[in-house]
Design a protein around this ligand. Sequence first.
Ligand code: M6R
Length: 365
Amino acid sequence: EIGSFSHFMEKEIFEQPVALENAMRGRFSADGSTAQFGGLNLTPIEVRQIDRFAFCGCGTAWHACLVAEHLIERFARVPVEVDYASEFRYRNSPLDGNTLFFVVSQSGETIDTLGALREAKRKGYKVLAINNTVGSSIAREADGGIYQHVGPEIGVASTKAFTSQLLIGAMFALYVARMRDMSFSDGVEYVKALKAAPDLVRKALEQAPRIKEIAKRYAQYADMLFLGRLSLFPIALEGALKLKEISYIHAEGYPAAEMKHGPIALISEKCPSVFFAPKSEIFNKIVSSIQEIKARNGKTIVITTEGCEFPPGVADDVIYIPDCHEAVLPIVATVPVQLLSYYIACERGCDVDKPRNLAKSVTVE
Ligand code: M6R
């Protein structure tokens, strides 16, 4: 089943273009201006009346919730709350009647997420699930939802399930946006951008040999930081989580500008940083954050979009990803950090598919 790959994780990383194609199949309107979903069990009028979304998940799924928050607020202009499922259950959060509740779970069996779903339902909310496992507990108990359709994920570290959750979040943001302020032509452009995602991920995967070389030089550090802004802050969290899980290197994700409020104290030649610095209106601000690291002798790996240039000495290693629409950027930017963690873990001789202390689905509280 694993074919020519060394681990399921590697196979699942390289499967992502096809997984994304499967997750979006049949889910665009005939006029090519919006997304459509068969299983929401809500009429378009009911969706239009919603004035807040609440999202819950754990681990990597929680990171997908954070990206969905960014895109829904940015494009559909509807407020979104995101909670760790484990916290939502016990903190008695006030939600109002027109809130639609989403749980996100690859396995559909995570007990904290199931607990959050039950708590939300107990309080009378409609709960939809973004889920990859047909017939799972979460799929059965939710009022409706969106299946990821990416096939079983075997590696304990989530990869293709995560990027497909990002895609579904981006498609749902479009669906709601087109019911509100987004124009037909902006919708068409957004749909085209989403359809391009599998090929852009294929392009990002072409960097694998280069990332493997870079990984050799970073495999022996004990600590690493991942820094990103806006929709790439959750991808920084995801990069740090991936590295922790499979290589046992201590890693933290932060919004890049938060560095100066504490984490910068960690920087020295012993603690490298991975920066997301794509083309954007705040590109120069990110470059300044990188320069702050360099001034403290920190090594930097910079993930950027094609065409971006950096002043000499700012980036020790640069990884290019293709330039893309804002809704697709988190998906494409995830690929290099998946590969970096994977190759670092291999370099350290770790059991990538079965990391210590972890299970594929966490069914105890
Ligand atoms: O099956 P789920 O999506 O509910 O799992 C949630 C987390 O346990 C999971 O994403 C975990 O963080 C992974 N090991 C991440 O790689």
